[in-house]
Design a protein around this ligand. Sequence first.
Ligand code: HDE
Length: 705
Amino acid sequence: MTSAMQNIFQTAKIKDLAQNTVEVTAKTGLTTDHGVPVADTDNWLKVTNGQNSGPSLLEDQIAREKIHRFDHERIPERVVHARGTAAHGYFRVFDDRAAKYTSAAVLTDSSRTTPTFVRFSTVQGSRGSADTVRDVRGFATKFYTQEGNWDLVGNNIPVFFIQDAIKFPDFVHAVKPEPQNEVPGGQSAHNNFWDFVGLQPEASHMVMWAMSDRAIPRSYRMMQGFGVNTFTLLNGEGKRFFVKFHWIPELGVHSLVWDEALKIAGQDPDFHRKDLEEAILNGAPPKWTLGIQVIPEEREHDFDFDILDATKLWPEELVPVEEIGEMVLNRPVDEFFPETEQVAFCTSHIVPGIGFSDDPLLQGRNFSYFDTQISRLGINWEQLPINRPVCPVMNHNRDGQHQTRITKGRVNYWPNRFEAGPPIPPNHGGYVEFAQKVEGIKARVRGAKFNEHYNQAELFLNSLTEYEKNHLINAFSFELSHCDDAQVYETYTKLLSTVNLDLAKTVAANVGGQIDESSTRRPHGQKSAALSQLHYAPKKPTIKSRRVAILLADGFNGTEVTAIRAMLGAAGAVPFLIGPRRGKIYPAGQAIGGDGGVLVDHHFEGQRSTMFDALLIPSGKESADMLMASGRCIHWIREAFGHLKTIGAIGEGVEAVRRALKLDVTQLDFASLDDSAVTSSYGVVTTGKYKATSAATDMLEVVTG
Ligand code: HDE
């Protein structure tokens, strides 16, 4: 890391973590945990006759310590969202435009840079599961504000499966691996999940999202984040507003195609982890805009859905999103366990100016998160370096396992004769709850409007493009085909009939399900533009951080490849050379094995097209001939084409693409091989000769478009 980069990364939190950070170098000698220098870490103390090694001695305190420490390395994984990855960053508001809604300085003071730490995750799989499975993604943000930590623990889907927190254990038991055999890992395609959601109609809206492309993101950097629950904002005049939080990615919302996701899960299970780190280290730190949807208190009941129901979103046509600030993630963690694994979020962690609502899912979450951290990390989990605030912490909570704070003074209670550790009054920043009027009887009930479960499921479906709908049908078909209990898939396709009869008929026909035409619900036919991913095409298209594979062999056109690599690099893309061996290969005109040549990043077998966003086949007859003769290279081209990747080809490379795809000129809109680059409607860019303005430039446009 350059010193200039180090300066950028020094937020208050990074400086705070430095107190606990050590570095292993050749100069830091080995010691025991109690600091005694260790001379031999390879041989247990033994009795020996000089020739043979005899019994190991229990007295070896150095060996015992090493083994003890190892035996206890594991802690319980998160009960959900076990697999994740994280990065540091910062948040800034554009100006004080949100001051009309809230007094929270983090949301209104544009002179501040608030350090953040974000953990992205999948939900179902265990710590070692694959990244690209079909699942909801967690998007949990810790803001280290000057008034304490604010945790916005969100997902990449704006609604949830259930309305009331008391159903959470049932839902999680149903989606997680089944109890008798712990199958499946990292998948919701099994009887118990579909059994539960088929009997729990309130899940129908969320299930539509989970079967859409949202559940197979291309990258954590290319997905939205949503607070999901309804929170409240309190302004300086004491007026309260309901609020939903949105993260909108600068790069737009993009997904994998399902076949790609399945393959990557095997080929590179850490695909999303690596992607985040690679982008940051390559100078393309991901950025999100923070948006808020705000409803004044007096309008709470103006909608035909309950605004406190987490299975409903607030259509943006009714409640527009106001963009108030942005977050950049610009620093990977130094060590996974103390940072990514030990970070602990709590929805109950809010700061003055932000409050809760009576959303019954949120209220249960506010209990659950703190509780789960106790079994995962112990009662003093908030003192762990990654969790501790950057502002002063002082109270009379004491002791407990792993207490690290030494509080000087003679009292640990309030009130005390020294007036030590006094409460901070509201006019000095003390948190005050909004004086909400509450009346009613105790009962196990839900609000009346919570009973409608299908209108927004239909709204979501209506809002998708044709190809998004096809993906949805295929996802339902994949998942329900994995259920082998007929009662399960028949129940679900019947339920789907109430959302949309045509959808239900298609899915039922695919999976052997049944439809139910008895529903009295009348389709409303409405759409909401912001529900399709297409709505989130990037404001400024960019090829930054996109991975481009250049497929080539000895005899490629050297000048062309040098120029194209430079161009892609200058535009922020990450070019990789993929060749017949991971070593030097030689352009036309250079002797094989001579001084020249270029170093190839990967062998054809070492990676697959799924790991790249685009493919380029340069000119050079020998190179193209070799590619055409290789089944693996033909597979590279066909697979990339099948996954709708941009393919660029120049000169003889065009012939290689054409032969691999077994398509003739007219079918692909290939141009005659002249100097000008041509982009076909399939995203195949071809040109006769390399020109600075031809294939590579067009490719940039196609990849980013
Ligand atoms: Fe969570 N959830 N959740 N959840 N959740 C946890 O807390 C819970 C819900 C979300 O990267 C657990 O620290 C209940 C909605 C994320 O560390 C646990 C209910 C949303 C993460 C828990 C919900 C989320 C968690 C497990 C229903 C989207 C990972 C480990 C009432 C807004 C945070 C942990 C990280 C983690 C409980 C529903 C998001 C058990 C009871 C809705 C992103 O406390």
